[in-house]
Design a binder for this molecule. Structure first.
Ligand code: CA
Ligand code: CA
Ligand code: CA
Length: 235
């Protein structure tokens, strides 16, 4: 292509590439508890059997507190262990439905519990994600350490430590993630961290983030390259 052709073609190609720069990347879904509890609930289940259907699906609502300060930053929610069963934070509906756009993305949240003993209770998953048929569980390699806010994060893809149906279940495939994320019916986050009816657990900054597909990056890079070419040619 000679220089004249590039000069003529570049603006056209640039215009075609511009939409790629704005390819819709699903916006993060988040609860920062800045103004209220954002529709979260806390449930207590009266069994500790890992992966048991009741453990995953059932539970009884218990009271918890919305705090306007002391979060990371601002407001957060906090629950006091209500029984010797397991208690969990239950996400509102915005964290359910078709979340396919978040496959391969990350789920992160901040938590603390007090008193803190990072070796104390490892019997419950940190995250439960289900479509009502297949349930994915994830537990961090270690419990949070210390009584101040801890950042916890996992990836929604194979190889990130998820299991199916129980903490000792098989590892999910990409197809399993696609199935669950296609119609999420529940997202629950761990509250139970300490053996005995002892702990107070806080939750803040729950964020579901999509990551661009490799193809998106390529298109963006291509678009940027064309814009650079146009800029050079116009000088
Ligand atoms: Ca907050
Ligand atoms: Ca408990
Ligand atoms: Ca406890």
């Amino acid at each position: 292509m000679n220089r004249l052709a590039i000069f003529l073609a570049a603006p056209l190609l640039g215009a075609l590439a511009l939409p790629a720069l704005a390819l819709p990347l699903a916006a993060p879904i988040s609860s920062t508890f800045d103004t209220d509890d954002d529709g979260w609930r806390v449930i207590d289940v009266f069994t500790q059997a890992q992966g048991d259907a009741a453990y995953i699906n059932a539970g009884q609502d218990v009271e918890y507190d919305y705090k306007t300060t002391g979060g990371n930053p601002g407001g957060y929610i906090e629950a006091i262990d209500p029984s010797d069963g397991t208690f969990l934070f239950v996400a509102p509906t915005k964290f359910t439905g078709d979340l396919s756009a978040y496959q391969g993305g990350t789920l992160s949240f901040d938590t603390f519990y007090t008193p803190n003993d990072s070796n104390d209770w490892r019997g419950d998953p940190d995250v439960i994600l289900s479509n009502g048929t297949t349930t994915l569980l994830w537990i961090a390699p270690e419990n949070p350490v210390g009584t101040s806010w801890n950042a916890v994060s996992t990836s929604l893809k194979p190889g990130a430590g998820w299991t199916i149906g129980g903490l000792n279940g098989p590892a999910p495939t990409a197809a399993d993630f696609a199935s669950v994320l296609g119609s999420v019916t529940l997202l629950r986050i761990r509250g139970e961290y300490y053996n005995g009816v002892t702990e107070t657990t806080g939750l803040d900054n729950v964020v579901l983030t999509a990551v661009p597909e490799p193809g998106t990056w390529a298109l963006m890079a291509g678009g940027l390259g064309l814009l650079g070419l146009i800029a050079r040619r116009r000088r």
